[in-house]
Design a protein around this ligand. Structure first.
Ligand SMILES: *[C@@H]1O[C@H](CO)[C@@H](O)[C@H](O)[C@H]1NC(C)=O
Length: 418
């Protein structure tokens, strides 16, 4: 008699504490590994939930109580339910970056990967550039960024020599973006000011296309509200050819954290999300607090008609890969990201796959599994090898929620579907 009652009580207590944790988790900043209090809450969540749903309490005699329905539910909502089947790849660990980095930016020029800015922790942002050399696989060449340049969520693109650095978030935690814009000449490592964007943007999609620097989407000043605006300005050799940005056709869907890629005279905008963490109202340190976000798989393309065309969607909703892509052999290769939040824990779910968008066939493929799930990682390609470094990885194979900010560099032989 006593046992079943105890069992029920146990279940109820766990369920109630789970709900309490869940509520706490919803308002908490559990993005950050540096926040021990909240990361430990985050840690306990998925296992408690699955304990309640599927497993017997520790004092049970192990007899099957016939909870078939609950077991089905557990399988469906296991922490890894969003992972897609993907080929295993052989990964080689290379020299780690000098600092761990989240929400930084990267640009590859020949055999050099320039890695910019980013958070080290939620309270510390980097204001320098590190350079990886694919020829001898070493890091070096550190130099400072201008003091006024944003530290994360930058728009960035290169013509092969000049790197345009547009707007982005200035400062740590969830401070807002600046409109300030710069150019780096990588031949001399010297910076110049550039025409500021009409308004500050957070993580806008940025590309060079037909002699113009294009900037679109991203979030507005509060980090959360999607911007639909699209501007361009004529550029040549690191200089503006016009005095002002001009308005272009708005993007069909706004928001930050997407890839913006030009291939064969067409501009693609891939994935992304609407909404993001915001500063807690009145917080003197602009403390990050979670807000609703919607991750999407949409792909849009702009060609000479200057009308957005809808392209085949990604294999799953994906965001947080703005510098985690490369174009190789007329395919766009995308590494990791984040997908829709877990429906029960509501926690962010990282992506552990590599995707290929083959522009010959206009088809998407899942072409490999990463050593761990990772968001806002930074990607390069050199002599058949795909490299990635930095970003925030998962808690482990069974828990796709974000945890540690990484410095590691990995590479694998890239195998594409023709
Ligand atoms: C790209 O194409 C070239 C030429 O066909 C081929 O040799 C190479 O293996 C391809 N690279 C990848 C990663 O598929």
């Amino acid at each position: 008699m006593a046992r079943p009652t105890g069992k029920q009580n146990y279940g109820r207590v766990v369920l109630v504490s789970c709900l309490a944790l869940l509520a706490a988790g919803l308002v908490a900043d559990f993005l950050w590994a540096s926040s021990h209090r909240f990361s430990s809450i985050g840690m306990s969540l998925p296992s408690s939930v699955t304990t309640v749903i599927g497993q017997l309490p520790p004092n049970s005699n192990g007899k099957d109580t016939g909870k078939k329905k609950d077991k089905v539910r557990e399988r469906k909502l296991s922490a890894t339910f969003q992972d897609l089947a993907a080929p295993e790849l052989k990964w080689e660990k290379m020299a780690a970056a000098p600092v761990p980095r989240l929400d930084g930016a990267a640009i590859q020029i020949r055999n050099f990967l320039y890695v910019f800015a980013g958070y080290g922790t939620i309270d510390i942002v980097h204001s320098h550039v590190d350079i990886y050399n694919f020829v001898d696989n070493t890091w070096g060449g550190r130099f400072d960024m201008p003091k006024e340049m944003a530290h994360s969520h930058l728009g960035m693109v290169t013509d092969g020599r000049y790197i345009y650095i547009v707007t982005g978030q200035y400062g740590p935690q969830c401070r807002g973006p600046t409109a300030k814009t710069f150019v780096l000449d990588t031949d001399t490592n010297t910076w110049s000011d550039f025409v500021p964007l009409p308004v500050p943007r957070y993580a806008p999609a940025t590309q060079l296309w037909r002699g113009r620097l294009h900037v679109m989407g991203g979030s507005k000043e509060n980090r959360h509200t999607p911007g639909l605006e699209h501007w361009s300005i004529g550029v040549k050799d690191g200089k503006a050819m016009e005095k002002e940005w001009r308005s272009e056709i708005p993007i069909p869907r706004g928001g930050p954290h997407r890839a913006c890629v030009v291939v064969d005279d067409r501009l693609f905008v891939i994935g992304g999300q609407e909404g993001d963490f915001m500063a807690k109202p009145g917080s003197p340190i602009f403390k990050c607090s979670r807000r609703m976000e919607v991750v999407f798989s949409d792909v849009y393309m702009l060609d000479e008609e200057m009308k957005w065309k809808v392209m085949p969607s990604m294999p799953k909703p994906d965001s947080h890969f703005e510098f985690a892509w490369k174009v190789v052999n007329n395919s766009i290769v995308i590494v990791g990201g984040t997908t829709e939040k877990h429906p029960e824990t509501k926690k962010m779910v990282l992506v552990g796959e590599i995707f290929q968008f083959n522009l010959n066939t206009m088809k998407w493929y899942v072409i490999g599994k990463l050593p761990y799930r990772v968001k806002t990682t930074l990607v390069g390609y050199w002599e058949g090898q795909l490299y990635f470094t930095s970003g925030q990885r998962d808690k482990g194979p069974d828990d796709p929620a974000p945890r540690k900010v990484m410095a590691d560099m990995w590479r694998t032989k890239l195998i594409l579907n023709p």
